[in-house]
Design a protein around this ligand. Sequence first.
Ligand code: GRF
Length: 203
Amino acid sequence: YPIAVLASGRGSNLAALIEAQRAGALPVAFTLVASDKADARALRIAEAHGIPTLALDPRGYASRRDYDLDLFARIAATRPALVVLAGFMRILDADAVAPWHGRMLNIHPSLLPKYRGLHTHRRVLEAGDAEHGSSVHFVTAELDGGPVVAQARIAVAAGDTPETLAARLLPLEHRLLVASVALIAAGRLGLGADGPWLDGRPL
Ligand code: GRF
């Protein structure tokens, strides 16, 4: 099952996908790992595993839209069935996203619909929430607003900081993303006109 991964930074979610694939637990082939940042660790991880990479610098494009359309044209050229946003820190143009409806996933570190956007760990603490988590969702033009397919939860403890929350959540994010991609690759999870379905039933 061919997938492309977009990542702006550290790439631990990409690494988790690669590890699962290598372990035989995720039947995917990586067509491309692309980044908006040439120095993203995610690109080094991909290179180390012989996965084709693309570093595409948004500077030099007249608009966000021009960049996004070029980026997704290059992704499409590698023929992925699914695009996974794994820490891709850019807002995407609606026209670039539309052709990938139901074929693009994002992992976002909050219990969506709470806390779209940045600084989720800090916002959870500021709000005094008792729990926090991460969501995998299908990508739509609305930032962090597409249909949620799976969530992982942690309890917020006294003394937690944004850093401790992020660190505790990260291994759960890895499992959540791998499991979600595995379900899609197996044809068990998808997005229909009425929303996400799992094993033929509405989620
Ligand atoms: C994860 O927390 C993910 O939820 C968020 O960005 C982080 C990416 O981490 N979208 P990594 O680059 O995969 O290590």
